[in-house]
Design a protein around this ligand. Structure first.
Ligand code: FMN
Length: 306
């Protein structure tokens, strides 16, 4: 990774990323609404809501439960399906004037292959394979928990595309093994992390509030977990792209991720809390580096060589 002189800019294989702040997949949808509130061209990169081959209606309500330090969501990858995404949504993302990541999910390698192939000629820079959504269960073991399946699936996908491939994992004890499988199959990097599973019980009904019992836990309370995943992975994998995601709501959170070795920092829940958070973080990061006569590059490089 080569870095430009600008305080915050990142140059990845010739892709100019204005700053290390990435809108994470999901909470901001596909950016149509967010773009009416903030200027998305100021963000480093934007990640699409995860797309699946077929239309997915998602899980029954309630879909969001408030808990200390965040929310538990049970959205269930609701989306109109790949064909609709290609015609209705992708042109908007291609015109954002910032690099875009398209997030894809399926428990079937063949579906991922079809989608990856179809996206190869489009104006997007990264494909993110979401191997870790806690909210779907098609009666099949997810690909993303089995190193062997990860390796073979990523290997096939790499043959079909010139795009950079990132694999998104949820926090796992065996994270190093999972990342090893993805990287040795040719993935450029990883997104760490998706939501860990969490639950809340209604003490009046004495039952879990969410119909599927658990959901994906997001927000500041998960940061110590996801930050540790980034740090542990960076210690083992010096050159891969890492997008550190989990609980970022201010520039200090973002700095912690960069200091743990993340190239870029994803924001999910933070956008739901306040859509201006990404812009505020970019401005505060700039200030923080300027005041100390530092830049993103020097701090990141130090962390990379931990
Ligand atoms: C409401 C909601 C929807 C999400 N949808 C997706 C999704 O479609 N695909 C995905 O990869 N991650 C999804 N995520 C996970 C986020 O991208 C992110 O990895 C996670 O929430 C941790 O970061 P945060 O604490 O900044 O939210 C979703 C998270 C939330 C809260």
């Amino acid at each position: 990774m080569h870095l430009k002189n600008n305080i915050l800019s990142v140059d990845y294989k010739g892709i100019n990323i204005k700053n290390p702040i990435v809108i994470a997949s999901g909470p901001a949808g596909n950016g149509e609404e967010l773009s009416q509130t903030i200027d998305l061209s100021r963000i480093g990169m934007f990640t699409s809501k995860t797309v699946t081959m077929n239309r997915t209606d998602g899980n029954p309500p309630p879909r969001i439960v408030d808990v200390y330090g965040g929310i538990i969501n049970s959205i269930g990858l609701q989306n109109p399906g790949f064909q609709s995404f290609m015609t209705e949504t992708l042109p908007f993302l291609e015109n954002l004037r910032i690099p875009v990541i398209v997030s894809l999910a399926s428990n079937y390698a063949e579906e991922l292959e079809t989608m990856v192939k179809a996206l190869d000629t489009r104006n997007i820079k990264f494909l993110e394979i979401n191997f870790s959504c806690p909210n779907v269960d098609k009666g099949r073991e997810p690909i993303g928990t089995d190193p062997n399946k990860i390796f073979h699936t990523v290997k096939k996908l790499k043959k079909l595309t010139k795009k950079n491939i990132l694999i998104k994992f949820a926090p796992a004890d065996a994270i190093l093994e999972l990342v090893q499988a993805a990287i040795s199959a040719g993935a450029e990097g990883v997104v760490l992390s998706n939501c860990p599973k969490g639950m809340k019980i209604d003490i009046n009904t004495m039952k879990p509030i969410l119909k599927r019992e658990f959901g994906g836990f997001a927000g500041p309370a998960i940061k110590p977990i996801t930050l540790n995943q980034v740090y542990q992975v960076r210690k083992q994998f010096k050159d891969i792209m890492i997008i550190g995601t989990g609980g970022v709501i201010n520039h200090e959170d973002a700095l912690e991720y960069i200091m743990a070795g993340a190239n870029l920092v994803g924001i999910g829940f933070g956008v739901m809390l306040d859509p201006f958070i990404p812009i505020q973080i970019i401005e505060q990061l700039e200030q923080w580096f300027k005041l100390r006569n530092l830049n993103y590059s020097s701090v990141f490089c130090k962390a990379q060589s931990l």
